[in-house]
Ligand binder design. Structure first.
Ligand SMILES: NC(=O)C1=CN([C@@H]2O[C@H](COP(=O)(O)OP(=O)(O)OC[C@H]3O[C@@H](n4cnc5c(N)ncnc54)[C@H](O)[C@@H]3O)[C@@H](O)[C@H]2O)C=CC1
Ligand SMILES: O=c1[nH]c(=O)c2[nH+]cn([C@@H]3O[C@H](COP(=O)(O)O)[C@@H](O)[C@H]3O)c2[nH]1
Ligand SMILES: [K+]
Length: 518
């Protein structure tokens, strides 16, 4: 009897029986087709490690590594400070959108940079003149019932007392003023500015209260600690922080107008770590000039250029000094660019070709848009992307801007393209009142719609992480870096799925079913 071979033979390996290399799929493919995530499937590998051993940390830019390869999109229905804080706490990063004034955008960045785990730095406050009716309206809207009372009715005012649910429970006259039934300052235990979360926690425990106001030397309210938050807000071992002052990492987007240089200055002063130069077609003289300016003026800030979908576009931006690239054109869930402008590229092809080219210069790529599942994220990483950027996946979470609303009994949040008429209007239509008459004609490149409620990112991001760990494990890949090596040395294999195979890969043949993600 002959001995059993250690490995399968070369002939079988290269016959197609084991799937095809990325070069065969994307480069030697004679059909001239652009492919996207759903067109492809990854061949399984050998699992020689546990799912918990899979390392999903990956590069965002030349200088920034993230423990979770997730970026929230700079869109006005996706990323403001709340999203950016939670993304960073979970190991990813948020890019604050620029559809607001430059000062306001810089203030959003400041809120992320100044974030202190467990401390509420912008509590909703009441003035002593507020009434029980005001409290009831706030309670209904915000679903909590404790509010600090300050002389100005705002954070930063002199702390006069606090209102808790109990204080108002037995009052019937809704016109009664807060000052008449609040717990006054002299009866309150407070923490002092500079106290650590542990210290605050200790004071809170002793006081047996649910909320602990934080005051400075002038008795002004500078924060609030909530017992409920402390319980859920323990350690975030994956948090994305800068190594120097241990603050959360934060990104922000800008455009390519002359004014955007002033905006960039304010963002840099606020401590932004990454600036994303946000254009649908990044290979323009305007963007090249902007990247050069940013690198010369704010060398401490990493610059991500884009969007690009070809190596030659990538070449222009890398040459200008980009530290990272954003890939994707017209493939987002709300995008109509391919339809309106006839320009763009299928996303898997774009990610593969640009990543491969940029990798020669050590420049990571963000696969931006078109992500609909954890499988898409795994495919993007296995095609060479460093991170993925998501809009629609994150838009329906508690941390996204905007309130939930109901339509036909379904809980929804608004989500819209930044090139939609609605977003352009809110952004002051600056792009369209530029210099010549022709630019005043609005051509929408996006739509405005809604997405379903996904709950909090605190559960959703761990679900996404675990999903891609399982995906990489099935592919026999222990880290994003190993995935990259196997992609380029031809050991990672793919197959193109026929339309029927794609159907087969989804749920089929059932009368009805329920899809719960976790
Ligand atoms: N990833 C994608 O596929 C797409 C994304 N979007 C999003 O929509 C938003 C708007 O994107 P764009 O329309 O590309 O905005 P943009 O402001 O980069 O470009 C709009 C128009 O203004 C021109 N322009 C830009 N800077 C200029 C300057 N300094 N001087 C003269 N003309 C200048 C551009 O050439 C273009 O014709 C962004 O948030 C973008 O991410 C829009 C369409 C597609
Ligand atoms: O053609 C477009 N018109 C738009 O109005 C628009 N707004 C955003 N984007 C891009 O789409 C990405 C988010 O896509 P997803 O919702 O699929 O994650 C984002 O990250 C952007 O790259 C747009 N593209
Ligand atoms: K699209």
């Amino acid at each position: 009897m002959s001995t059993f071979p250690d490995e399968i033979d070369e002939e079988t390996l290269n016959s197609g029986a084991e799937g095809f290399t990325a070069t065969q799929v994307f480069v030697k493919n004679p059909a001239c087709v652009g492919m996207t995530y759903d067109d492809l499937i990854v061949m399984p590998g050998h699992i020689g490690f546990g799912v918990g051993d899979v390392d999903v940390s990956s590069m965002l830019t030349k200088n920034i590594k993230l423990e979770a390869p997730f970026v929230s999109s700079p869109m006005d229905t996706v990323t403001e400070h709340k999203m950016a804080i939670t993304m960073a706490l979970q190991g990813g990063i948020g890019i604050i959108h620029s559809n607001m004034g430059p000062e306001q955008q810089a203030a959003e960045v400041t809120r992320v940079k100044k974030y202190k785990n467990g401390f509420i730095l912008d509590p909703v406050c009441l003035s002593p003149e507020s009434t029980l009716k005001d409290i009831l309206i706030l309670k209904e809207k915000l679903k909590f019932s404790s509010f600090p009372v300050t002389d100005t009715g705002k954070m930063g005012g002199k702390l006069l007392g606090i209102i808790s649910g109990r204080d108002s429970a037995f009052i019937e006259d809704v016109s009664v003023k807060v000052s008449e039934f609040m717990t006054v300052r002299s009866d309150l235990t407070c923490a002092h500015e500079g106290d650590s979360l542990d210290e605050a926690n200790l004071i809170l425990k002793k006081s047996k209260k649910g909320k602990l106001p934080v005051v400075n030397d002038n008795e002004e309210l500078v924060g609030l600690v909530a017992r409920a938050d402390i319980q859920k807000n323990t350690e975030n071992p994956l948090a994305s922080k800068d190594s120097v002052n241990k603050q959360l990492l934060c990104g922000a987007s800008i455009g390519t107008r002359p004014d955007d240089k002033i905006r960039a200055g304010l963002l840099a002063a606020a401590g932004v770590n990454v600036i994303v130069v946000d254009s649908s077609q990044g290979d323009s003289l305007y963007q090249i000039e902007m990247i050069k300016y940013l690198k010369a003026t704010h060398p401490e800030v990493d610059v991500i250029g884009g969007n690009v979908v070809t190596p030659s576009q990538a070449h222009s931006l890398i040459k200008a000094g980009a530290d990272g690239l954003r890939v994707g054109m017209g493939i987002g869930s709300i995008c109509t660019t391919q339809e309106v402008c006839a320009v763009g590229r299928a996303q898997a092809s774009a990610v593969y070709h640009v990543s491969k080219y940029a990798a020669k210069f050590g420049i990571p790529v963000i696969a931006d848009g078109g992500i609909k599942s954890t499988g898409h994220i795994t495919k993007a990483l296995l095609l060479g992307a460093g991170c993925v950027m998501m809009g629609s996946m994150l838009a329906g979470t508690d941390e996204a801007p905007g309130e939930y609303f109901y339509q036909d009994g379904v809980r929804l949040k608004r989500y819209r393209g930044m090139g939609s008429i609605e977003a352009m209007k809110d952004g002051g239509e600056k792009r369209y009142v530029w210099d010549t008459a022709c630019t005043q004609v609005k051509v929408a490149q996006g739509v405005s719609g809604s997405v379903t409620d996904k709950g909090t990112l605190l559960r959703y991001i761990p679900y996404l992480m675990q999903g891609i760990r399982h995906g990489l494990q099935d592919a026999g890949i222990k880290s994003v870096t190993t995935g990259r090596e196997r992609l380029y040395n031809g050991k990672l294999r793919f197959e193109i799925r026929s339309p029927a195979a794609q159907k087969e890969g989804g749920v089929h043949g059932l009368h009805s079913y329920q899809k719960r993600l976790y």
